[in-house]
Design a protein around this ligand. Sequence first.
Ligand code: CP
Length: 303
Amino acid sequence: TRHLLGIKDLTPNDIELIMATAREFKEVINRPIKKVPSLRDVTIANVFFENSTRTRLSFELAEKRLSADTLNFSASGSSVKKGETLLDTVNNILAMKVDMIVMRHASPGAPHFLSKHISANIVNAGDGTHEHPTQALLDSFSMREKLGGDLTGKKIAIIGDILHSRVALSNIFALKKQGAEVTLCGPSTLIPRYVTDLGVKVSHDVKKTLAWCDVANVLRIQLERQQIKYFPSLREYSLYFGINKKMLDDLNKEIVIMHPGPINRGVELSSDAADSQHSIILDQVENGVAVRMAVLYLLAGQN
Ligand code: CP
């Protein structure tokens, strides 16, 4: 494939190849000389129509570590504000001889639409509530690294606002393709009905879910995407679904806590849980660079 639009399109073998390539790049970026010349003749534009800290910086650093030339575009402050369309914006960027587009957009399907109209490689860096494929890949990479093997038969919980989360959907696809067991946990108002068709279990009991799982991937409540008045309130959510360190310690077992960021501290995760020995949240960020290097390198190799 010439694009990475979603995990849905990947085969289990594609995921294995990305994991193996990312392992090699993780070694590279831990050496004193962190750079390789692999994408020396490639120009990549990071085109962000939505806010980002981790994903944008991680892609930019991955591109620099691969010796690519990079351009960074944010919709705020651009001529999008004067009414320029998505396609015109991207075609103007491509006219400057850009080879690859990394794009984040608020509309589900925006990178799929673009892929029908442009010839450059496209990497989806998050399209609305749909997919965030590189987040799921870095999450799988981090789980494998922490659990010390592949994810076959591993018990993974995804806890939080599943309804509005592209991270949840990409993780579900990625985890099922790797043979993991997946339970989604949250209030029924934030778990869409279609998820049961994806081969996952659903729970509304956070303590039971934590007792069951090897890894809990905890997600933020996405107030900015909610079209109807939110139920439950943040206070209620925190009371019934919030995770704190005492709950984790009381399990008396190894448990891995993950979060894609940004964390709403004190809502889905208390600070003492987020910063505890159970958490691998900053390892996820570290691994994101290696995983994105792998994705860009493999896509460039298709050209
Ligand atoms: N995890 C993630 O996508 O974070 P950003 O929105 O900061 O990129």
